[in-house]
Design a protein around this ligand. Structure first.
Ligand code: HEC
Length: 228
């Protein structure tokens, strides 16, 4: 009866060991993170730091849902790496690395699968760039109109874009008296306008801003003074 007990001890030991290394240890390190941070005097309050409103009146994370449904995370990460691991910050995707606390409100943190397109962790911040600062064809700060154009037909504004077009997030409507300010195309009596899904998605993308300083991740690149 010695062998079965050794086998049992081995299996049980391997289970305990992996449970400790992969569940208990990480939990002891980051399990106690709270969205509220104890701030020093003069620093932003927690509500300044987490202003994201990604929920509709029913409490649904609507824009994030559209992002997931359309598989945007297959090509877009939402994690900015430390300068020693990659040039994310040089590329303009963030001013500091992202840490566990950045995802504290996310049911499923959308860290991403692969990175075919730019990282979007800070897409809504005024510092986000994916091109040299002096590129006049790109806006200094992205807005909803830009996001709609890019969603509908990326190659009309980024000529060599590999980002897929999402025309089904738009609908063709009669123009009526005035074209909608959000119309991406007006053709005679008809205009192409974003659906509620596209609006929610744009609002979600523009809410992505993790540039506030955290104690465990100090700002590496100081945001340049806003251009007047
Ligand atoms: C097949 C991979 C792929 C998928 C899937 C994808 N993208 Fe992209 N995306 C890219 C690439 C590559 C770029 C860089 C070229 C460009 O800027 O268009 C990009 C660029 C972008 C940009 C930056 C545009 C700018 O302002 O410069 C945004 C925003 C974006 N994608 C949003 C989305 C959203 C939202 C979805 C899902 C609905 C999505 N992408 C799905 C590959 C992808």
């Amino acid at each position: 009866m010695e062998k079965p007990s050794t086998l049992f001890t081995g299996i049980f030991g391997a289970f305990i060991l992996s449970c400790g290394a992969m569940v208990l240890l990480p939990n002891s390190q980051i399990g106690g993170l709270q969205p509220q941070v104890t701030w020093d005097e003069g620093q932003n309050s927690p509500s300044d730091v987490y202003p994201v409103k990604r929920e509709d009146a029913l409490g649904h994370r609507v824009g994030q849902g559209v992002f997931v449904e359309n598989g945007c995370f297959y090509c877009h990460t939402q994690q900015v790496r430390d300068p020693q691991y990659g040039p994310d910050m040089e590329r303009g995707w963030g001013v500091r690395r992202t840490v566990a606390r950045d995802y504290i409100h996310e049911d499923v943190p959308l860290l991403g699968v692969s990175r075919l397109g730019p990282d979007l962790a800070n897409f809504g911040s005024a510092t986000w760039r994916n091109e040299p600062d002096d590129d006049t064809k790109k806006p200094a700060k992205r807005d909803a109109a830009w996001v709609f154009k890019h969603l509908y037909a990326p190659t009309t504004i980024v000529l060599d874009s590999n980002c897929p077009p999402y025309p089904y997030l738009f609908e063709r409507k009669e123009v009526g008296e005035h074209p909608s300010p959000d119309a991406v195309e007006v053709n005679g009596n008809f205009q192409i306008v974003p659906t509620a899904d596209a609006r929610n998605l744009a609002a979600y993308l523009l809410s992505l801003d993790r540039t506030h300083e955290l104690k465990e991740a100090p700002t590496v690149i100081k945001p340049k003074e806003a251009k007047k």
